[in-house]
Design a protein around this ligand. Structure first.
Ligand SMILES: [Zn+2]
Length: 260
């Protein structure tokens, strides 16, 4: 089983870098990307987990209801800045998003992924308090300036003695190099496939994450070139080839809740 998971949020990558533009915090890029993903997933009969922000859900209620009919809805916080905004009350932000998502989807929300993959003991403690069952905020890799998690597990585990199950994002099992989003887009398919193969060989279900907005081509403003390189239809075709490749090898794609 492979978990192809989607992070769906308001566009704030430019804002996180201190750049103010009219398109900041719009939900349109992710909305349009979701339309493409829903079509692709239907075509291949794939079920996925969509980690959605409360802000996106409030603004795109109908689409979230639509996604909930076939896929798992999980929380991606409300504000989508767990990195730069040090004053943010994370527990409050998670609670707010959970309530909004449960109301709109009509389903219980049991999964969480932190914006900017900010894994911490405080986060896990809050998730347990708020009755979540799993988290997928750990990137067990080394990304300079952002996090250094290369000594943490790459397979599911219970962090800090809590009952929450952690599903780490997929990395190369030995080198710990990343494979998700911008890497998935900008590296050759053989690179991604070899990481997936290495994880499956160790009986680890690869948890890959990509963003809804990556399937839309839009004018890049205030973000480095690699953030939006190879987005749009190019990435759609690449993802479809990835799906076909693993389907031909007998792999199934499932939402994270199915692994519990
Ligand atoms: Zn995000």
């Amino acid at each position: 089983m492979i978990c192809l998971t989607i992070d769906c949020e308001q566009w704030n990558l430019a804002e996180l870098r201190g750049n103010i533009f009219p398109e900041n915090n719009n939900t349109m890029f992710s909305f349009l990307g979701n339309e493409k993903l829903l079509y692709l997933f239907d075509k291949h009969n794939i079920k996925s987990t969509f980690f959605i922000t409360g802000f996106f859900a409030e603004n795109e209620k109908l689409q979230v209801k639509e996604i909930a009919k076939k896929h798992e809805i999980a929380s991606h916080g409300y504000s989508h800045d767990y990195w730069k905004n040090k004053k943010l009350d994370i527990e409050k932000d998670i609670k707010k998003s959970k309530e909004i998502l449960e109301k709109i989807s009509g389903k219980r929300i049991i999964g969480f992924r932190s914006p900017q993959m900010q894994f911490s003991e405080q986060l896990i403690k809050s998730l347990e308090k708020l009755n979540f069952k799993y988290d997928s905020s750990l990137h067990p890799s080394f990304i300079p300036g952002k996090y250094s998690n290369q000594n943490l597990p790459i397979k599911p585990f219970k962090p800090f003695n809590y009952e929450i199950i952690e599903f780490p994002a997929a990395v190369f099992p030995t080198t710990r190099l990343p494979v998700s989003w911008t890497v998935f887009r900008n590296m050759p398919s053989a690179w991604i496939n070899s990481a997936v193969k290495g994880l499956l060989k160790r009986e680890i279900n690869p948890v890959i994450y990509i963003h809804s907005w990556e399937f839309i081509k839009f004018k890049r403003r205030g973000v480095p070139f690699y953030v939006t390189a190879q987005t749009g239809n190019k990435f759609y075709r690449k993802l479809e080839n990835f799906i076909k490749y693993w389907e031909n090898k007998g792999q199934e794609f499932c939402p994270l809740q199915q692994l519990i």
